[in-house]
Design a protein around this ligand. Sequence first.
Ligand code: NDP
Length: 242
Amino acid sequence: MAVKVALVTGASAGIGEATALELQRLGYVVYAGARRVDRMAGLRDKGIRTLALDVTDEESARQAVATIEAEQGRIDVLVNNAGYGSYGAVEDVTLSEGQRQFDVNVFGAIRLIQLVTPVMRRQRSGRIINVSSVGGEIHTPFGAWYHGSKFALEGMSNVLRIDLAPFGIDVVVVQPGSTKSEWSGIAAEHLRETSGRGPYARAATNHAKAMTTGPLHDNASDPSVIAKTIGASVTARRPRTR
Ligand code: NDP
């Protein structure tokens, strides 16, 4: 069987790192992308190829996809996983930070999709996995920007699934629940910085604490559990649409 090639974004930690390992276990040639290349040394030691990739940077994304095309001639799977949680009361989060949230969680994913779609169309096959969140369907306090970004990602994914089906390209949305990673610490820090003082301080401080301690935190899944779900959605057979 021909070599199958996967690109995982945000692979320097948490779900992305575990997904890179899972896809390798499933037999894929895996390219792991993130800004912190040094944090992917462990993946490199295991034979996974690593790329400096900032999903908000056009040139960086273009270069990553060009490298894979040059080395492998194909891209079978794109896992759009890079993301973070920008938390705070809407009035406390600057518009530039709100835009940054959408730049990473929405435009970052769409940028990679725009780059890999021509490759997958030529192959007449491909699978795009967009890592959203339960927060792409439900809402939590102070998460307006984060939830907004994941709702947008899901809305676009649902249209892309229709538009790309005739080319043999499938689009899957994965919605992790609370998962042990760097995510919750980063989101809680955002919340403390934005709304930790002022009119929302009490509720914001309590919520930041609940994100990093207590039942939600203690019962969070291991990233490998989410990686297995992503692996299953990559390898699952899909009914032919036409
Ligand atoms: P982590 O914070 O552990 O990892 C996030 C990854 O995203 C890192 O590898 C980071 O790499 C990367 N990243 C962030 N910004 C960029 C960027 N501009 N370009 C490229 N990579 C970037 O979080 P998780 O593993 O938990 O999160 C993965 C995904 O899962 C996210 O989309 C998150 O929203 C989603 N999710 C997480 C949940 C959780 O409870 N943990 C729950 C639901 C969804 P680097 O900084 O090196 O670039």
